[in-house]
Design a protein around this ligand. Structure first.
Ligand SMILES: Cc1cc2nc3c(=O)[nH]c(=O)nc-3n(C[C@H](O)[C@H](O)[C@H](O)COP(=O)(O)OP(=O)(O)OC[C@H]3O[C@@H](n4cnc5c(N)ncnc54)[C@H](O)[C@@H]3O)c2cc1C
Length: 329
């Protein structure tokens, strides 16, 4: 990281890294708090992948993730937020702790008094041997989030790919929607006898052979299993390979993350360090659009109140001040 400099252009109030539901909600709130706020993102919101979400409140007929992001971006910019598409490659805090300094890919810097990290996660993807991955997601034969779209696969033939506890738990979760749920190991089965008994009691079928080939058609997923003559056919397949938090910027500021890179749950409410909050999927918890927007609103309000405190614009009375930082004013 190059040394902190006053940088190009004057400092803004808040830099938000990430233009998904968390970052854009935070931007809207901060813009409406009349803060000078800039969102910097690298165009990789997971929401952009959502073919049609049917669990975002207020959209009973569903909304495509891309449309939601367009609406949220328009909403935030209408109140004055700036949105810039560039990757943030480094972040540091000035030694007097009054300012953050972000370096952007291809050159350029942003200096800000406060920071919100809404950087999301990377989904660990399944590799298809036949058919196009993104088309399979669009057609609903490949899914990544049972909480989001299990309902849409009620009574269908569902397979979960994953041989560990995570896969087993996901398969049992999907039994709420279908009596035809099969757990298929990706490599070797890593389940204990007790876990196998639980799965059997829930009516989840466990296949022992390895997956040899995954092929998506327009309306089915064909899964070739070692030792079987014909591929098995499923209406949809959920890979349960987890996700990787995009927490590298948080790690540059402090050893903030756990070994798996998760940012603690309290980061949207209590902050990570003075002047730094996080929101959305990048922090541990339920990875959902509604959760991300709620955390974005909370992080923005806490940060705004923290900036007011720095400027001496809060009641000196301690209780009042604490109430304000809890967003209760
Ligand atoms: C296929 C699929 C379907 C889904 N369906 C649903 C659904 O129906 N309902 C639901 O509630 N949820 C759904 N989800 C989950 C939902 O998409 C996420 O919970 C939501 O997008 C999280 O919002 P976020 O703002 O935390 O992160 P994201 O939307 O992932 O945004 C992260 C942002 O950070 C930016 N970023 C990260 N690092 C950097 C960097 N170094 N520099 C610049 N920018 C950076 C990215 O470009 C992006 O703009 C689905 C997810 C997937 C993959």
């Amino acid at each position: 990281m190059t040394p902190f400099s006053a940088g190009e252009g004057s400092a803004i109030d808040v830099l938000i890294v990430g233009a998904g539901p968390a970052g854009l909600t935070a931007a809207l709130y901060l813009a409406r708090y009349r803060r000078k706020v800039r969102v910097v993102h690298d165009g990789r919101s997971r929401a952009l992948w959502v073919p049609r979400s049917r669990n975002v409140p207020g959209f009973p007929d569903g909304i495509a993730g891309r449309d939601l992001i367009t609406r949220m971006s328009d909403h935030a910019t209408r109140y004055g937020a700036e949105i810039v598409e560039r990757r943030v490659v480094a972040i540091a805090r000035h030694e007097d702790r009054t300012m953050f300094h972000a370096r952007l890919e291809g050159g350029g810097t942003v200096n800000a008094r406060g920071l919100i990290l809404a950087t999301g996660v990377d989904t660990n993807l399944a590799k298809l041997d036949g058919g196009d991955h993104n088309a399979a997601v669009r057609n609903g034969v490949l899914r990544y989030c049972p909480i989001c779209d299990g309902f849409e696969h009620s009574n269908e033939r569902i397979a979960v790919l994953g041989s560990d506890l995570h896969g087993a738990a996901e398969a049992m979760f999907l039994r709420q929607y279908s009596s035809d749920v099969t757990l298929i190991p990706k490599w070797q089965v890593a389940l204990t006898e007790a876990q196998r008994r639980e799965l059997a009691a829930s009516g989840v079928d466990v296949i022992e052979g390895r997956v040899l080939r995954l092929e998506a058609t327009e309306d089915e997923m064909l899964v070739a299993i070692e030792g079987e003559t014909a591929p098995r056919r499923f209406d949809t397949v959920y890979p349960a390979f987890g996700s990787t938090p995009r927490s590298e910027l948080a790690a540059m500021l402090d050893p903030l993350t756990d070994p798996k890179g998760c940012i603690p749950f309290s980061a949207f409410s209590d902050g990570l360090l003075p002047g730094i909050y996080a929101a959305g999927d990048v922090i541990e918890g339920l990875d959902q659009i509604s959760v991300a927007t709620g955390q974005g609103a909370m992080a923005a309000t806490r940060l705004h109140n923290w900036l007011r405190e720095q400027d001496g614009n809060v009641m000196v009375d301690q209780k009042q001040s604490e109430k304000a930082t809890r967003g209760e004013t």
